[in-house]
Design a protein around this ligand. Structure first.
Ligand code: GAL
Length: 433
């Protein structure tokens, strides 16, 4: 526990430094006038929703949810306080500053697992929501594994809105067809396909690691493929050392894959790199299935016509879970209004407004499957039939303090390609576990 708190404090300090370094926080996507009126006297009645869902590929689901809420509660004002940056790159730092300053948003996006439990719950910043779950008949509406991810010491602390999958590769179907590529299931098949594509002048694997985490996401999937789900979990629980020879094997595999990415990966964010697949310059991308929402809604691509998908090589049968959840911070002015928002977010209607646009599947077990396309239905089946493992890159598998160090170490590796260095950095980061 002391160790965990230490990790949290370190994270907070880091976050404060980051925030002080000047992320231009208010990128809610609203005009100045709207923002000004948002911060008027009605602050006590409004519900401020804090997330990193702003801009293309991120915000469509949230905006649909807000519309639904406003239809049901025309009297309650919503303030959309989104801070741009994939995976919370900037938002998490802004949030940490606000939480430290006892200025919490009414509710905020937080991943189930360590990010919630070892972060905000351990720091005693969240209200338990057991009564909310009972009053709204939610106890049996979410899979048990998901309830576990949002619970600590027997109490529930947030409400999941979605389930994203992290171990997917999306591909340009025309490029695969024209180059006679079969979906690769193993690392060797992946490399063979990549060689063929490279010879044809196509970038095999799109990467956009300007924000760091997309490279960590690739590495976590390779680790899952090499170690299998049990030892993957043990690795992030500190029960397997990072100098284990299978970790070295995974890093070598990562190194090989990096030979096939676009040269300008360090200057692209996840959307920019997904565009390479959309326009056929690149063949594949490993991205959580928010990319599916981006392909459909922002790039007008059709599922299973313009782009296809398959499980990251050697991870079939596993589902890397990323779940976005919202809770009730301690000390907010308007807990009843916040609960009204959580009610809409947790309803079948709310989840079915949000998830088809977001690319994710509903967190509820009783959502309307007909609202989801073939990808969504496949993902729901896979979720039910697979071994579920938490994502590191998206906050569930280990504390934020550990993840921050891993992202830094992976970033250095992508430039220097020094496996021993990365192993040493991971070993020292493991002190946070
Ligand atoms: C994840 C989050 C997703 C999506 C993605 C890209 O961490 O869970 O909902 O927003 O980042 O920003």
């Amino acid at each position: 526990m002391v160790k965990k708190m230490y990790g949290f404090i370190l994270f907070s300090v880091f976050a404060l430094v980051l925030a002080a370094c000047g992320s231009d926080a208010d990128s809610s996507g609203k005009s100045k006038d709207e923002s000004a009126s948002d911060s008027g006297d009605s602050a006590n009645d409004e519900v401020e929703i804090f997330s990193w869902w702003t801009g293309a590929g991120e915000e469509d689901g949230l905006l649909a949810l807000i519309d639904l809420f406003e239809e049901k509660h025309p009297d309650i004002k919503i303030k959309n306080a989104a801070v741009a940056g994939g995976a919370g790159t900037n938002a998490k730092a802004v949030l940490a500053t606000r939480m430290q300053g006892d200025d919490p948003p009414s509710t905020f996006q937080v991943h189930g697992g360590a990010e919630l439990n070892e972060g905000w719950v351990a720091a005693d910043k969240m209200e338990p929501l057991d009564d909310f779950y009972k009053e709204n008949d939610l106890m049996d509406k979410f899979p048990d594994d998901l309830i576990d991810l949002v619970s600590k010491d027997g109490k529930i602390y947030s409400v999941p809105v979605d389930i994203h999958r992290g171990n997917v590769l999306f591909y340009n179907m025309k490029v695969f067809e024209e180059n006679d590529i079969d979906v690769p299931k193993t690392f060797d098949e992946f490399i063979a396909a990549a060689d063929k594509l490279q010879d044809a002048g196509i970038t095999p694997l799109a990467l956009g690691d300007k924000e760091g985490w997309p490279a960590t996401q690739v590495l976590e999937n390779i680790l899952l493929g090499v170690l299998g789900p049990d030892d993957y979990n043990k690795l992030f629980a500190g029960e397997i050392e990072f100098d284990d020879k299978r970790v070295k094997k995974a890093i070598d595999q990562f190194d090989k894959m990096l030979d096939y990415v676009n040269d300008d990966h360090a200057s692209r964010n996840w959307q920019d790199s997904a565009q390479l697949v959309a326009n056929g310059e690149a063949a594949m991308i490993n991205m959580g299935d928010w990319a599916k929402g981006y392909f459909n809604n922002d790039l007008d691509m059709e599922t299973n016509k313009d782009f296809g998908y398959f499980a990251f090589p050697e991870t079939d049968g596993n589902f890397v879970v990323i779940t976005d959840t919202f809770g009730l911070p301690q000390g907010v002015d308007n807990p009843d209004n916040v609960k009204e928002f959580l009610k809409v977010l947790s309803s079948v209607e709310g989840q079915d407004a949000f998830n088809p646009l977001k690319g994710s599947i509903p967190a509820r077990v009783d959502a309307d499957k007909s609202k989801y396309d073939e990808y969504g239905n496949d993902a729901m089946d896979d979720f039910n039939d697979s071994r579920l493992v938490p994502s590191l890159a998206h906050g569930s598998a280990a504390s934020e303090g550990f993840l921050t160090k891993v992202n830094q170490a992976v970033n250095i590796f992508v430039t220097q390609r020094d496996a021993d260095n990365l192993i040493q950095a991971l070993k020292s980061a493991a002190a946070e576990l």
